[in-house]
Structure formats: structure tokens, C-alpha cells
Design a protein around this ligand. Structure first.
Ligand code: 3EB
Length: 322
């Protein structure tokens, strides 16, 4: 198979909160309330989702090369020349609502990555408050989807990266868009159990979500937010355990399609679980450790899923068998 990514992809791990960020750290995610302070170190990103299991851990993205980092206006960046991490945090009050905010953020990040030697988007994370607020097509997730599509077009972004979109429960009206781009394109992968998100029918909103189910880069699969969506429909409304099992079936199906034989969910998987009800965290942690006893790591975070009826979503990274 052709190797598109010349530099090895970043390695991802969970680390203690007081880990010193050396020159090989591309990004360090912290979770929980508190201000994001990329002004102190552009690599230190904070997402206001309450950690419910794996509390206080950092999600660390490391590269073999030497990382430079800095800021350009509202955008924080870090790069070793092969991989670029970027973070945009845009107050919704700075624009006329969430749709315009998403438009502006995506246009800005499209223009920014185009001006670097690392223009190929691999992975994006989107976090914003109250994702399910608003009725029908006025739901904030749908407004975000529309603004994202407009901003991608305006910013010259073609092709769909792996992505996550999750609602914070913190009341802070700031759109956070974080991402990873590379000098060489990854290979986007879809899941045969699921309709591609960009082909979702009209009933889920006027503008479909633009993301790939996964992105393969070197010996790693970047796994998008995955929930109990089969075909295009939500399965097991209101049933936590059944939704989690369906989500694991989706992940296994994605690996069957995208990963070499010998890659299994478990060893080599680093997962984040987003749970709508904080009270579900312990059960989700228990079920995941039971199903995947050799998991590399798990963070359980309180977060809202983009469809009201979904209770849990997983994303993460998967090391591929050699
Ligand atoms: C889904 O399968 C669940 O809008 O970027 C997962 C991952 C979901 C990314 C996004 C949405 C997004 O449709 C929701």
C-alpha cells in the first residue's frame, strides 16, 4: 500500500495534568471548567467538558520532531513542519449568532492552513454550548452545520476531515474549533454501516454535517465522533447500554473497512466517551472497560450529542497493525 504520510503521525496518550510540555508536544488538551489560556502556551487547549472518569489527565499529542508554536490573531498554532495543530476560539457575540461564528471560524482556518506547508486537514474538533437548543432547523447544531459548510467553501476547504462536534454544558458562548493538518493528505474512510454524514437526508437539517467517519494517516486511524447511528437513523432511543453497543459495532465496522487485518478495537485504542447525563459516566466506563479490557486509555466527559435522542458518543485514535 502506498504510504502517503511521510512523517509518522503524532502519538497520542493520556498523561498527568502537571506534565511539562517539552519541545515534542504538539498539543495538550485539558478538560473541565476554567479559561483556555493559549496566550500562555499555544499548545495548551482547554475544553469545558467536565471530566467524569480519567479526571485531571491531559490528552497529549507528541511528534518526533521539534515543535514551534505561536499565535496569529485569534488563532493559536503549533507545528513541526509535518503536522500542524491549530486552535480557534471565537465568542459568538463577536458575530451575529452561531452560524456566522462557524462561518467566520472555518473561513479563517481554511485561509490559515492554505498558507502553511501543512494544508491537508486530517481531524477537527468542534465544541460549543447548548448544541440542542432551538427547534427544528433553528437548532444550534443545525446552525453550526450551515455556518461550517459556508465557511469551508469561503475558506477554500475541500474534502472532509474526521471530526467531532459536541455540546458543552457550561453556558459559555464561545465556539472552539481545534484541528490537525499535515503536509500530506490522509485517506478518508467511511463506515459501511452508516450513511456518510454529508449524504444525510433533509430530515436532519438543511445542511448535512461535513465530516468523514475516519481519517487514516500512516499507522494511525483518527476516529470521528461515533454514536448509535445506523444507516442515517438513531437507534435505541433512550437506551444507554444498547446505544453503547451499537456504537462499538460501528467502530468495529469502521476498523474492518479501514484498518489492516489484525487491528482490533482495544489495544492501540485511545477513546473519549461523551455522555449527555453525568450520572451515566460510571456505567459507560464500566461497560467500556468490560468490552475492551486492553484499551490504551479512556476519558469520560460530560457532553451533549448532536441529536437529542443520543446519550453517548465515542471518538479517539486507533493504532493500526503493522
Ligand atoms: C453522527 O454520526 C453523530 O457534525 O462534525 C459525529 C461526528 C457527529 C462529527 C460533526 C457529528 C459530527 O452524525 C454526530
Amino acid at each position: 500500500m502506498q504510504q502517503l504520510s511521510l512523517a509518522p503521525p503524532p502519538s497520542v496518550s493520556l498523561a498527568p495534568a502537571d506534565t511539562v510540555l517539552d519541545e515534542h508536544v504538539l498539543a495538550a488538551f485539558e478538560f473541565g471548567p476554567g479559561p483556555s489560556r493559549p496566550d500562555l502556551d499555544a499548545r495548551r487547549l482547554r475544553v469545558g467538558l467536565a471530566p467524569l472518569d480519567g479526571s485531571g489527565l491531559l490528552e497529549l499529542w507528541r511528534v518526533p520532531g521539534t515543535v514551534r508554536h505561536g499565535r496569529e490573531g485569534a488563532l493559536a498554532w503549533s507545528s513541526d513542519g509535518q503536522h500542524l495543530f491549530f486552535a480557534l476560539e471565537v465568542p459568538e457575540a463577536a458575530h451575529a449568532g452561531l452560524e456566522a461564528t462557524a462561518h467566520a471560524a472555518y473561513e479563517q482556518l481554511g485561509r490559515f492552513v492554505a498558507g502553511t506547508g501543512t494544508p491537508h486537514l486530517l481531524r477537527l474538533w468542534n465544541y460549543f454550548d447548548a448544541i440542542n437548543e432551538g427547534e427544528g432547523d433553528a437548532e444550534r447544531y443545525r446552525l453550526f452545520c450551515r455556518g461550517r459548510a459556508e465557511g469551508m467553501r469561503a475558506g477554500g476547504l475541500t474534502g472532509y476531515p474526521a471530526a467531532t462536534a459536541i455540546g458543552r454544558q457550561d453556558g459559555v458562548r464561545v465556539l472552539q474549533v481545534y484541528g490537525l493538518a499535515a503536509a500530506h493528505p490522509g485517506t478518508a474512510v467511511e463506515n459501511p454501516r452508516q450513511v456518510s454524514a454529508w449524504q444525510y437526508p433533509r430530515q436532519y437539517g438543511p445542511t448535512p454535517p461535513l465530516f468523514a467517519r475516519g481519517m487514516r494517516a500512516g499507522d494511525q486511524l483518527l476516529v470521528s465522533g461515533t454514536a448509535a447511528v445506523v444507516g442515517h437513523a438513531s437507534a435505541h432511543e433512550g437506551e444507554l447500554a444498547a446505544q453503547l453497543e451499537e456504537t462499538l459495532a460501528n467502530l468495529r465496522s469502521l476498523l474492518d473497512r479501514a484498518a489492516p487485518a489484525g487491528t482490533r478495537l482495544g489495544a492501540g485504542s485511545l477513546l473519549k466517551a461523551y455522555v449527555r447525563e453525568p450520572g451515566d459516566a460510571a456505567a459507560v466506563g464500566r461497560m467500556l472497560h468490560e468490552a475492551l479490557p486492553d484499551l490504551d486509555g479512556l476519558l469520560v466527559l460530560a457532553g451533549d450529542i448532536c441529536r437529542q435522542e443520543l446519550l453517548v458518543e465515542l471518538d479517539g485514535t486507533q493504532r493500526l497493525a503493522g
